[in-house]
Design a protein around this ligand. Structure first.
Ligand code: HEC
Length: 131
């Protein structure tokens, strides 16, 4: 048996929930803009890292900082102890990775250090001098 009123409802439903090509298009545009925004935000250069990389470090002062803060774990000549040896670290890690390692304490037991940009640049120079 045919039921004309149920047909009527189906038609309105289709009309209400159907998505037009324009809607799909603007939805895609919105999604793309959101993805672009997230990408831009995640790729913001870290101002600390930018500044540190521009500074000229002092190997001598870096060596002093290393002896005060790092030798307990990395050894007096960076030969490795509790922590890994760091003699060739700037060959296997970028400066950015080394800075993050020192600042963020991502790999316990290595602590995170609060260290100003110039001192960080000095430490980097010292680590480069070990290569
Ligand atoms: C309490 C011990 C400790 C101290 C202090 C410490 N570290 Fe570490 N460090 C470690 C350990 C352990 C690791 C290895 C973590 C892991 O498993 O990746 C490490 C890893 C590193 C790495 C990465 C090595 C690699 O091959 O990826 C760098 C670079 C580093 N330390 C630099 C420093 C510097 C510079 C200092 C001083 C400012 C310092 N560490 C002080 C324990 C320490």
């Amino acid at each position: 048996m045919e039921n004309p009123s149920s047909n009527g409802i189906e038609n309105t439903m289709q009309f209400k929930f159907g998505i037009s090509p324009e809607q799909i298009f603007s939805g895609l545009i919105a999604l793309l803009s959101l993805a672009a925004l997230v990408f831009l935000l995640l790729n913001q250069p870290d101002p600390y890292i930018q500044k540190t990389l521009l500074l000229k470090g002092s190997v001598e002062n870096g060596g002093r900082l290393f002896k005060m803060n790092c030798v307990g774990c990395h050894g007096i000549s960076a030969q490795g102890l509790v922590g890994p040896e760091l003699n060739k670290i700037s060959k296997s890690r970028t400066d950015k990775q080394i800075i993050n390692q020192v600042l963020k304490g991502l790999t316990p037991p290595m602590p995170s250090f609060e260290i100003e940009e110039q001192s960080m640049a000095d430490l980097l120079s010292y680590l480069h001098s070990l290569d």
